[in-house]
Design a protein around this ligand. Structure first.
Ligand SMILES: Nc1ncnc2c1ncn2[C@@H]1O[C@H](COP(=O)(O)OP(=O)(O)O)[C@@H](O)[C@H]1O
Ligand SMILES: CC(=O)OP(=O)(O)O
Ligand SMILES: [Mg+2]
Length: 397
């Protein structure tokens, strides 16, 4: 790749997160962020906020006048805004995207060309909350800038190292053979954490580590010598621990019951499971962890406690896969900024040997455990940096 700017996009249903990187002419380590931002409230009251990599606010403006109700409709405006804000000597050279599902076909990032887009669109039913939005962004960019190379980077790819013991459901083999297996998600985040450990904590990186990616979507992964061996999300991003609006693992009998008793069909179940469960469902108040922590309503507190104990159980379960645990890493929104939740989780795990240093935890420091504890760290994730590096590698190959 020649010197220029690279656009990294992480598109959701009503928001688009973006980062602009400067890329050099050869090595991937020349990738460095210039500015980043997010378009939120698309479809209701769009707003654009952007900051430089040093954290200086560039803009915080209403885009209600540009909002045509969807991500694809607003993206050309975002592209235009980005290009007018790029330094003159850094033309836009490529785009890299977070695409949630790569299925069985894609175990690494890929240039979107030929039948790639169609294959990814075929996976949309497996990730209805994410995949259509991810692909809508690729399509919108292709329409307004057909010459711009675009690379898809997958949440599932990093987990393709897992053994059958971790990926197999106890269902008839013919379904497994047709792809009904555990895939796992948030792989770009885990890959970043694995790299970060290798660079900054090489001894721990070689060990048995559980990473807790606790955001609006939440999952946990067991890393053995930096390799993903098991993860809490499965076939879809519904499995594992409770999330903002998703339930986590659920007795499959409940679905049969809902279909029979409430006459629900697949679309009804999809809506329920992706949008109405989790913290929001239990609390009947909010999907936002901060709001629940501050609310004394018993249902809000139940949601907070349920989340915490399910995460703790998942950590203990992943430690079984690893045959022990040498370190625990918290990352993503709640993991990086939520001392109350981290404390609750580690208290449940005290019997394994976890103890938090209360002051360090409250201050969101990097090392938050006591000297005698199994080490617990906060490492801010950077999925965008991973996407930028992958994109440069794919385009340089
Ligand atoms: N200080 C905080 N305390 C507790 N939770 C927080 C804090 N800051 C952010 N969060 C929570 O992080 C979650 C969003 O995480 P994030 O990783 O940004 O989500 P996304 O999956 O959308 O990328 C929300 O539930 C939010 O309440
Ligand atoms: C896969 C997933 O749950 O992603 P997010 O956390 O962005 O919702
Ligand atoms: Mg996220």
């Amino acid at each position: 790749m020649t010197k220029g700017a690279l656009l990294v996009l992480n598109s959701g249903s009503s928001s688009v997160k973006f980062t602009i990187f400067q890329v050099g002419s050869k090595a991937q380590d020349q990738v460095s962020p210039l500015f980043a931002g997010q378009l939120t409230g698309i479809g209701t009251d769009a707003n654009l906020k952007a900051k430089t990599s040093e954290g200086k606010l560039i803009t915080n403006e209403s885009w209600a006048d540009k909002d045509r109700g969807s991500v694809p409709a607003i993206l050309p405006h975002l592209l235009e805004w980005i290009e007018t804000n790029l330094p003159a000597d850094l033309p836009l050279k490529a785009a890299g995207h977070r695409v949630v599902h790569g299925g069985e076909t894609y175990d690494k990032p890929v240039l979107v060309q030929g039948d790639v887009f169609k294959k990814l669109a075929d996976l949309s039913p497996l990730a209805p909350l994410h995949q259509p939005q991810n692909l809508a962004a690729i399509e919108a960019l292709a329409n307004s800038r057909p010459e711009l190379p675009q690379v898809a980077c997958f949440d599932t790819a990093f987990h393709q190292t897992q053994p059958p013991l971790s990926t197999t459901y106890a269902i008839p083999k013919r379904y497994t053979d047709e792809g009904v297996r555990r895939y796992g998600f948030h792989g770009l985040s885990y890959e970043y954490i694995a790299h970060n450990l290798r660079e900054n904590k090489p001894d721990l990186a070689k060990g048995r580590v559980v990473v807790a990616h606790l955001g609006n979507g939440a999952s946990l992964t067991a890393l053995d010598n930096g390799v993903s061996v098991e993860t809490s999300m499965g076939f879809s991003a519904l499995d594992g621990v409770p999330m903002g609006t998703r339930p986590g693992s659920l007795d499959a009998g409940i679905l049969i019951h809902l279909m029979r008793t409430y006459d629900m069909d697949a679309d009804d179940l999809e809506k329920l499971l992706y949008h109405q469960c989790g913290l929001l469902g239990v609390s009947n108040i909010s999907n936002d962890m901060r709001e629940l922590e501050e609310n004394s309503d018993p249902n809000a507190q139940l949601a907070v406690d349920l989340f915490s104990i399910k995460v703790a159980k998942q950590i203990a379960s992943l430690a079984i896969t690893l045959g022990g645990i040498d370190g625990l890493i918290f990352t993503a929104g709640i993991g990086e900024h939520g001392p109350i939740i981290r404390k609750k989780i580690c208290d449940y795990l005290a019997w394994i040997g976890f103890e938090l240093d209360v002051a360090a935890n409250d201050a969101n420091e990097e090392l938050i455990s006591t000297e005698s504890s199994i080490p617990v760290y906060i490492i801010p994730t950077d999925e965008e940096l991973m996407i930028a590096r992958h994109t440069v590698n794919v385009l340089s190959a």
